[in-house]
Structure formats: C-alpha cells, structure tokens
Write a protein that binds this ligand. Structure first.
Ligand SMILES: Nc1ncnc2c1ncn2[C@@H]1O[C@H](COP(=O)(O)OP(=O)(O)O)[C@@H](O)[C@H]1O
Ligand SMILES: [Mg+2]
Length: 239
C-alpha cells in the first residue's frame, strides 16, 4: 500500500516509512509556532504526489492559505480548477465567496455534514484533509459532545482512507479533553517554543504508538522563507 509524506525531510526521515492513507495526525502547538506553515507543507506535498487536498480554514480566511502556498510557488488556481485543491470556509459565516462555507460554527453537526459531503464527492481519490484549527470549532462545545464528535468523525475518516491532519492550538481546550483526544490519533506532532530566554527556539515532538508502545523523539526546527520548515536530527533535548 502506498505511503504518504509530509515533504519535510527531517520529519519524513524520522517517520521512516511515512504515514498510511487513513491515518490521523494531530498537530498541537502554541500560536505563531508554525502549525499553518506545517499544514501548507503537507498540502504542497499532497499536490505534488497526486492527492486531492482539502483545507478547512477556521482561523483565517481560505485566501490566507492560497497566498501562503503561492509564496512557496504552488500554483493554486490551476489546482483549484482541476479539483485537486478544495477550500472549506469555516472562518466567515456570512459574506463568504467560497464554494463551501460552514453556515453556523456553533453546530458541529453542520460542520460534519459539509465535510462528509465534500469528501463524498472525492470518493475514490487519494485525499488529504487538513482542519486548521479544529480547536477553534470546539471552543463553545461541551466535553461529551467534543468526544462524540471526534469518535464519529475520526472513525468515518479512517474507514474512508482519508489522510487527516487536525490542528489544535495549545491551551484552547480543556487539558483532559486534549489528553483523551490525543489517544485517538496515530501520530501526534507537538510544536512548542523552548524556554530559552535569549531567542525563541522551536521544538517538535513526534509521538506515535509503535508495537503498542508510545514512542517519541524531540527535534529542533526552524522556519525558512525559502525552504519552509526544517527539522533537525533528534537532539535528545530533555524528555
Ligand atoms: N512563508 C513564510 N516564510 C517564513 N516564515 C513564515 C512564512 N509564513 C509564516 N511564517 C512565520 O512562521 C511563524 C508561524 O506561523 P504560523 O504557521 O502561521 O503559526 P501558527 O502556529 O499560529 O499557525 C510566524 O512567525 C510567521 O511569521
Ligand atoms: Mg495558524
């Protein structure tokens, strides 16, 4: 079966055999750490290898991601015309000019229904789905409903073979909810600033379950305007 990659060398290298379609990735991190940049890389790689990429924009209008991809020389209009790059606007409730818009952000049912509808129309394709950030949609929702949403949605995505990247902003959701949520994903990427007082150092923790054991490695990363995210070899910095 074919495997998928992030298009980020240091990260792909540490995952060895990539990730399978149908697996689910949680990206958790502080504001400004690089989650959206990571999402852009993941989409760029998806477009490169023939996947259909769906980006759910919750924190910024979809055009912010269009412009970001263009800054990395991705010709978004052509991909959109071919139906290989699809945006779902979960940012603007009214007045959006996008084809797919979540009309009411307070109802997860509406989100789930639209996501399912869009995915259904790409059945049979190899699909990557990115929700940036899912935590934004869940802020006003109670715990039981969040967990029910995750279970139902992730099960459906797995069954449909969708390679999913769900982004969560650190500290937005209840820590207990985040812990339980984390267990539902195959791969967890935690991005954080280290406590250095002099200059901000970006750290990436890659965690996954391997032979029924949770294994993780820590890496330093930087964001280059030309190359995007650069992940360095396992630095073994703190555990
Ligand atoms: N194309 C780019 N080139 C270089 N740096 C960028 C680029 N896009 C964003 N950045 C920087 O990367 C950092 C992380 O941005 P972003 O991914 O939007 O954070 P967040 O985790 O909140 O989504 C910011 O400091 C931003 O200035
Ligand atoms: Mg962001």
């Amino acid at each position: 079966m074919s495997k998928a990659y992030f298009g980020i060398e240091g990260l792909d290298r540490s995952l060895e055999n990539g990730v399978s379609y149908g697996s689910q990735i949680a990206v958790v991190g502080d504001s400004g750490i690089g989650k959206t940049v990571m999402a852009g890389e993941f989409i760029k790689e998806g477009l490169r290898c023939g996947d259909t990429c769906i980006y759910v924009a919750c924190d910024e209008p979809p055009t912010a991601m269009r412009e970001h991809l263009q800054s990395f020389k991705v010709g978004t209009p052509a991909y959109e015309e071919m139906g290989r790059l699809i945006f779902i606007d979960a940012y603007e409730e009214s007045g959006s000019t996008e084809k797919y818009v979540i009309s009411d952000h307070r109802h997860l049912v509406k989100y789930y229904a639209l996501e399912k509808e869009v995915l259904h129309s790409y059945a049979g394709h190899r699909v990557r789905l990115v929700a940036d950030s899912l935590s934004t949609l869940l802020t006003m929702v109670d715990t039981a409903e969040i967990l029910e949403f995750h279970r139902t949605r992730l099960k459906h995505l797995r069954k449909s073979g969708i390679l999913t990247m769900d982004i969560f902003v650190s500290g937005v959701l209840d820590p207990q909810v985040m812990t339980i949520t984390g267990h539902l994903y195959n791969l967890i990427l935690k991005m954080s600033f280290s406590s250095s007082r002099y200059s901000p150092i970006r750290q990436l923790q890659i965690g996954k379950v391997k032979s029924q054991q949770f294994v993780s490695s820590r890496h330093i990363f930087t964001i280059s305007p030309i190359y995007g995210i650069l992940v360095y070899a396992d630095m073994g910095v703190g555990e």
